[in-house]
Design a binder for this molecule. Structure first.
Ligand SMILES: Cc1ncc(COP(=O)(O)O)c(C=O)c1O
Length: 390
């Protein structure tokens, strides 16, 4: 039985979620219709909104259902930028980090190329930690020109955790809205939207054991943004289109399970990742743990291996029955060094020889043992191939 250790790319749907999802998929009715079929589906949708809001720590009216993290990121970045420019044409700056997911980076660079935005990148240290001293100074100097700040809560490649409360505190001095991509954070660390000070936050179902193709943008009650889609005016006019009640309800259930299990899962993840990390060092003593001593998710174990290529390692491990990745699945398949590692000041060679091993709700000790038994041979072969290609 192959072992799956790529939960940060997507994690399996839980059985109880699948059962509930299938049941709701059978229902017919558009939640905007006034007849009983429509209203029954509307009730399912609104119950999901209520439940998800309680898992996220926000008001139910703040949950805008979308098709996933990428759409939520696009809606937040473009929608906030357009809204802020309408209010004051001088606010052109978007502050972000080069370590962000492409779901955030690409719309921001699109706005730079096509809509007059100016991009300011927060410096990031070798462990992937944002330089908040720089942010404070930049906000003090140019706060009136900043349209928005978008910084992720947890990095999906290295697992490093950002200090979101401090970021919103700094932004608050100049009344700047902050968006955070919390796709890798929600359900993995405690996340409370109301306490975070954020204006908007992206989440997605398939990282917490829900279906692919469902997500939400949490938008503060006072926050306005321009919609990407124009049509029926659903979801506070921010996301027109018929809502996916079955998907929303499966997302809400998966989120509720993930959040309620969080304390127990965190200690299990810490123990498993410790075994994994010390096992890797035992085999490859010169491996570099990518986030160093910085605070990070236990379930995300990311290493750089000098002289090995990520592709060789992944291929050899997969052939031995263990599936891991090098980083974001959204850019995988394209043979490029990780933009996250490059932004952290690593060389191309370093960024080319990485492995991301991510644990999930169904990971057991035997999965870690399977990795550690396949790794020595894969590592030796990848190293040999690396030396031969020099
Ligand atoms: C940090 C982060 N943001 C956004 C996304 C995109 O989410 P989705 O696949 O739901 O579009 C991902 C998915 O890998 C992610 O890890």
């Amino acid at each position: 039985m192959p072992v799956y250790l790529d939960h940060a790319a997507t994690t399996p749907m839980r059985e109880e979620v699948l059962v509930a999802y299938l049941e709701h998929l059978r229902a017919v009715g558009n939640p905007s219709s006034v007849h009983r079929f429509g209203q029954d589906v509307r009730n399912v949708l609104e119950a999901a909104r209520e439940s998800l809001a309680s898992s996220i720590g926000c008001n139910r009216s703040e949950v805008i259902f979308t098709s996933g993290g990428t759409e939520s990121d696009n809606l937040a970045v473009k929608g906030l930028y357009w809204q802020r420019r309408v209010e004051d044409a001088n606010r052109k700056i978007i502050v972000t980090a080069a370590t962000e997911h492409h779901g955030v980076l690409d719309p921001i660079f699109w706005l730079e190329q096509h809509q007059g935005a100016e991009v300011a990148l927060i410096p990031v240290d070798r462990n992937g930690v944002f330089d908040l001293g720089w942010l404070q100074q930049f906000v003090e100097q140019r706060g009136q020109e900043i349209a928005l700040i978008s910084l992720m809560w947890v990095n999906n490649e290295t697992g490093v955790i950002a200090n979101i409360e401090k970021i919103t505190q700094i932004a608050g001095l100049a009344g700047i809205p902050v968006h955070s991509d919390a796709v890798a954070a929600f359900g993995h660390i405690p996340v409370n939207f109301a306490e975070s000070g954020l204006a908007a936050m992206s989440v997605t179902a398939h990282k917490v054991g829900g279906p692919v193709g469902v997500g939400a943008l949490v938008v503060g009650r006072q926050v306005k943004l321009v919609s990407l889609t124009h049509g029926g005016g659903q979801e506070r006019g921010m996301r027109s289109g018929t809502m996916d009640a079955a998907g929303a309800s499966a997302f809400a259930l998966a989120a509720q399970i993930s959040v309620s299990e969080l304390p127990a899962r965190q200690s299990k993840m810490a123990a498993l990742s410790q075994q994994l990390i010390s096992g890797v060092y035992g085999i490859a003593p010169d491996a570099v743990f990518s986030r160093g001593e910085a605070l990070g998710l236990a379930e995300t174990v990311h290493f750089a291996f000098d002289g090995c290529s990520s592709d060789s390692l992944i291929f050899l491990l997969d052939a031995a029955g263990v599936s891991v990745s090098a980083g974001s699945a959204c850019t995988a398949g394209v043979n490029r060094p990780s933009h996250v590692l490059l932004a952290m000041g690593r060389t191309e060679a370093e960024a080319n020889g990485v492995l991301r091993i991510t644990l999930g709700h169904n990971t057991s000790e035997s999965c870690v043992a399977a990795f550690l038994s396949a790794f020595p041979q894969a590592y030796a072969a990848a190293k040999k191939a690396g030396l031969a290609s020099k």
